[in-house]
Write a protein that binds this ligand. Structure first.
Ligand SMILES: [Zn+2]
Ligand SMILES: [Zn+2]
Length: 405
């Protein structure tokens, strides 16, 4: 596998659509549209308007299919979130920029960031940029930062932008803060994973302030959980216990630095996950990470803690899900908290993580189980529903993505 992406000279030769997309007219492109929950998502021809002030147009090269896309497609993140062009984890090449954009320029390789922090709201001013209130409001509404959409169906009806990115498409218009410049040394099909799975997983380890030698349990070893394991290993964790229902994912977890694998199952005869983790860890772990988003696994993350331990919930639970905990155990000074999108300044974090990838200290490619096309997204969502395999990455342009057969 080559580690070189196309350089700027090669990019110039494939930038033909530049003139077209700079026109004031919307352009037609192919995109994966969620029309309504319960109906398979499908590729459609849609219209994309040019970037406005403070926005950039990105030619999408690769995009990761994340479990949050399943929740959106299944209508489990609340009503009113369709019709929508899906996709919030991806990478590409900047094609054009709107007025007042200085952060990136045409030809730059970028990863998408789905919380383009405004810098001005109370959360941003407090340094909690992934909790940006303006970005949250517009992201949930499926709009860009000015509250409007650049996406239309061919009939002229408005389409939402999936988490302000909408990168299951040939092009995306995003706020400038939603495109993070990357060194060309990282292949774009790997860079595609940075903006959700990698930053979310490794950022959660930072949020937990892990100390060298700490004992860790990671429940859920999909695209994000595997990054939590990589982060725990980089942070110097001692015991790292991986829990998942899928033996293949447990195998990947062991390869990424987990020291123990505990198979979870359902139905009679299944493993007693909590008992097993308590036995392996000699009475509980200092840090548990829940990367599934279900009440059962959140409760397990709590139950595997030793006194004084912290459970960090990274998994996205559908709207309306509640969790109950044995309140007496607060006497044991256990902590439970959440981590959203790495709880960090995503631009700064991505810069550091990219360097780790380029230096060969963080392998992101091994979490990719499937390279697929835009038309294969529904099948990828179905695999995620079944808990089968780790990441599927959509590759729109193999040469630009750095994929070598
Ligand atoms: Zn995601
Ligand atoms: Zn803000």
């Amino acid at each position: 596998m080559s580690t070189e992406t196309a350089d700027r000279r090669e990019l110039a030769s494939v930038s033909e659509p530049l003139d077209t997309v700079l026109s004031p007219e919307p352009v037609e492109m192919r995109a994966v549209v969620l029309r309504e929950p319960g109906r398979p998502v499908a590729t459609e021809t849609v219209l994309l308007a040019p970037p406005r002030r403070g926005e950039v147009l990105v030619r999408v090269v690769a995009a990761g299919v994340c479990h949050s896309d399943v929740h959106l497609a299944d209508g489990r993140l609340g009503g009113g979130r369709w019709p929508m062009v899906l996709g919030h984890e991806g990478a590409g090449v900047v094609q054009a920029v709107g007025e007042d954009v200085t952060e990136v320029a045409p030809g730059d390789h970028v990863a998408f960031c789905f919380v383009p922090a405004c810098g001005a709201c109370p959360a941003c001013r407090a340094g909690r940029r992934t909790l940006c209130e303006t970005a949250a409001r517009n992201g949930v509404a499926g709009m860009l930062m000015d509250g409007s959409s650049r996406l239309r169906g061919l009939d002229g009806s408005v389409l939402q932008h999936g988490l302000m990115v909408a990168c299951f498409a040939e092009y995306a218009v995003v706020p400038a803060a939603g495109a993070v410049r990357l060194p060309a040394a990282i292949p774009l099909w790997q860079a595609a994973l940075l903006g959700c799975g990698v930053v979310t997983g490794i950022g959660a380890v930072n949020r937990a302030a892990l100390r060298v030698g700490a004992s860790v349990c990671v429940i859920g070893c999909g695209g994000v959980g595997l990054q939590v394991i990589a982060g725990a290993r980089l942070a110097g964790a001692g015991t790292i216990i991986a829990v998942d229902t899928d033996p293949d994912k447990l195998e990947l977890a062991l390869r990424r630095g987990a020291t123990h694998a505990v198979p979870a199952g359902s139905g009679s005869g299944s493993t007693d996950v909590v008992g097993e983790v308590l036995a392996v860890s000699g009475g509980g772990v200092e840090h548990a990470f829940e990367v599934v988003g279900s009440p059962v696994t959140i409760r397990q993350a709590w139950d595997v803690l030793r006194p004084g331990g912290t459970a960090t919930v990274v998994g996205l639970a559908p709207v309306g899900v509640e969790v109950s905990l044995p309140a007496i155990e607060f006497l044991a000074e256990k902590t439970i908290t959440g981590s959203y999108y790495g709880s960090t300044d995503v631009h700064a974090a991505l810069g550091q993580l990219v360097q780790l990838v380029v230096d060969g200290r963080l392998d992101v490619s091994d979490v990719v189980s499937y390279l697929i096309g835009l038309d294969d997204v529904e099948a990828a969502l179905e695999r995620l529903r079944r808990g089968q395999g780790a990441r599927s990455v959509i590759v729109i342009d193999e040469a630009l993505a750095g994929v070598v057969a």
